[in-house]
Design a protein around this ligand. Structure first.
Ligand code: ISE
Length: 346
């Protein structure tokens, strides 16, 4: 079976997914590239050999020659498109976030629960990054004793136009919210957010420093700096009772010249996590072909939790106080999936 995919959104992430499907996934084909800009849709379709182009995403989702939907459109459109895919009973890989508000995430979860099957995978691609996978295995296997702390840094070269301070918490940090839940296998229970006090030199999107507490008593700290200036740099160290595991930057070469040595940084997340994106998209297609949802990929429930932590984080920053996250009952649909070997989420 070849999975015929409708790509919704032909921006930079959409173009990347289109290339992965065209070049690396023999079990899938790009049936239609849909974008509000006809020129952009055509450009991506031509570069990747897609069969057709379209501008109406809802009509594209319903086409009888489309088996699955990949959503890479702006964040605010995600929930409505996921709901349309669920209504059409088509599997959907939705770029993070699942939705920008918890209420919208809940609508998607409720629709999926009503449909009675797992159709949504959220694009938290770091779950497929080998370093995080090893950390998760170390936690499960107690290689470093019980996990106590997780230190994270998430630095971008420069915040894009229109990126707001709040988006450091709602758009960037959700990667860490999700990966901490995935690696530690515990749930976030509280969040505090701080900002450096030196404001006169702070750029428009200032760094934030987040502390997240978990249901197993672990502490997760996350520095998000969208204007780090020097390169795209993601760091993580997991500290356990008897050791630690740190992510080693995947540099390809080290240049030695003029009495100095230098390694290059990627400009953004696409080259840094290229392999994770490829493995994620491959697992999604495999799940559709076998009818068994990926045990690693993030579910709609995981998407909801990440948005809930982000919403609490925005409140914590505004109020200058720790915010406690409410305990939520995991619907059976997601519980069942998590019970299996290698299951995702806490
Ligand atoms: C962006 O939206 C992403 O998803 C990237 O993976 C992340 O590193 C970046 O900070 C976000 O703004």
């Amino acid at each position: 079976m070849t999975v015929r995919v409708a790509l919704i959104g032909a921006g930079s992430m959409g173009a990347d997914h289109a290339r992965i499907i065209a070049q690396d996934l023999p079990g899938a084909t790009l049936q239609v590239v849909c974008d509000a800009s006809a020129g952009r849709a055509r450009q991506v379709a031509e570069a990747t050999g897609a069969v057709d182009v379209a501008s109406d995403p809802f009509a594209a989702i319903e086409r009888s020659d489309v088996d699955a939907v990949l959503v890479a459109s702006p964040d605010e459109t995600h929930a409505a498109l996921c709901l349309a895919a669920i209504a059409a009973r088509k599997p959907v890989l939705c770029e993070k976030p699942l939705a920008v508000t918890v209420a919208e995430c809940m609508e998607v979860v409720e629709a999926e629960v009503a449909a009675g099957e797992r159709l949504v995978q959220v694009g938290f691609m770091r779950r497929f990054e080998p370093a995080y996978v090893e950390m998760r295995e170390a936690v499960a296997g107690r290689t470093i004793g019980r996990a106590l702390m997780m230190h994270n840094a998430h630095r971008n070269v420069e915040a894009p136009a229109g990126f707001t301070g709040k988006m450091a918490i709602t758009n960037s940090a959700p990667h860490e919210f999700d990966i901490a839940r995935f690696v530690l296998g515990s749930e976030a229970t509280a969040i505090s957010v701080f900002q450096p006090g030196i404001r006169d030199t702070t750029p428009s999107v200032a760094p934030v420093f987040i502390i997240m507490e978990t249901s197993d008593g672990q502490i997760v700290d996350i520095e998000v700096n969208n204007n780090a200036g020097y390169g795209y740099d993601v760091r993580c160290e997991l500290v356990g009772e008897t050791g630690s595991i740190a992510m080693v930057p995947p540099a390809q070469v080290r240049l030695s010249a003029g009495l100095r040595a230098a390694e290059a940084y990627p400009a953004d997340w696409r080259p840094r996590f290229a392999e994770a994106y490829r493995l994620q998209d491959k697992a999604w297609i495999e799940a559709i072909r076998t009818g068994v949802p990926s045990a690693v990929g993030a579910s709609a429930w995981d998407g909801l939790r990440a948005t809930a932590i982000a919403e609490a984080g925005v409140r914590a920053l505004g109020e200058g106080a720790k915010v406690t996250l409410p305990e939520l009952t995991v619907p059976d649909l997601y519980r069942r999936e998590r019970a299996g070997p290698g299951a995702s989420g806490p």
